[in-house]
Design a protein around this ligand. Sequence first.
Ligand code: ZN
Length: 317
Amino acid sequence: MCSSVSLRDFINDNKPLILDGGLATQLEAQGFDLGGDPLWSARLLHTNPEAIQDVHYSGSDVITTATYQASVEGFVQHLGVTCDRARELLMSGVHVAKHTLQKFISENKTGRIHGLVAGSTGPFGAFLHDGSEYTGNYAKEMSVEDLKSWHRPQVECLTAAGADIIAFETIPSIKEAEALVQLLREFPNSKAWLSFSCKDEKCISDGSLFSDAVQVALKCPQLVAIGVNCCSPDLVEPVLDSAKTLLTPDLSWVVYPNTGEEWDSQKGWLAQVKKAGSLSQFCESWMRQGAAFIGGCCRIGPIQITELRNVLKGPTQ
Ligand SMILES: [Zn+2]
């Protein structure tokens, strides 16, 4: 998709790349009921891929695939399809995103001439569908090899389908990060970012220090960014600050928080309990801290991404 530019050229542009917002948020705004679905938005790759295409963000530099909660095992289990069909479905997430990006480029709505497709893959906890991507508890019972085995088919599919970068998202534990770093080495031509869920101003969800999690990434030159997603925006600055001495010229931050509303496992998002400021309020500080990828996660929609873009890159015509 970005044949004339490398990922490094993108990052060296000195302006952060704008990521998209929550895909499921947009699908729910279109009337799709995804709550309680173990496959979440990934189910639509099977039932309604056009709907996914319609909600990809035209104003972002990076389009993320609808595969966060997708896995070969999950598709087999919840859709009753074969392994081969499950792999095809996972790959189709990349194909849909690439096709959409090409359409945006040809329409030239935002003056863009290129873009990237990030192949999203969530933690094992997302497959469990019990909120454990925000605790990482399952990792205590699993070995690094177990975690690598579980993630391998997803990474195989996303890379084979041509994702420009793999997005390891909402990772709650250092053990799973270690597994992903080891696994990434099996795909030496691939780049990735590694983004953690976090619990407070300096710890990822399993209670480990974010600075210790960053040390895991430093071992792997294929990781171009490390950071946090799906946390409250007001946590981002102190979290990044806690590991600022570890940043290298080859490693940047990736940041895409949610709106800061509270999540209740029974009631869903509690919109009235919004504690934090907006992305556009914080994003310049994040950029100064070294963030090369900035976007939004759950509950962040196209309006906030446009605001973010306007602040960081100036209004588009
Ligand atoms: Zn999220």
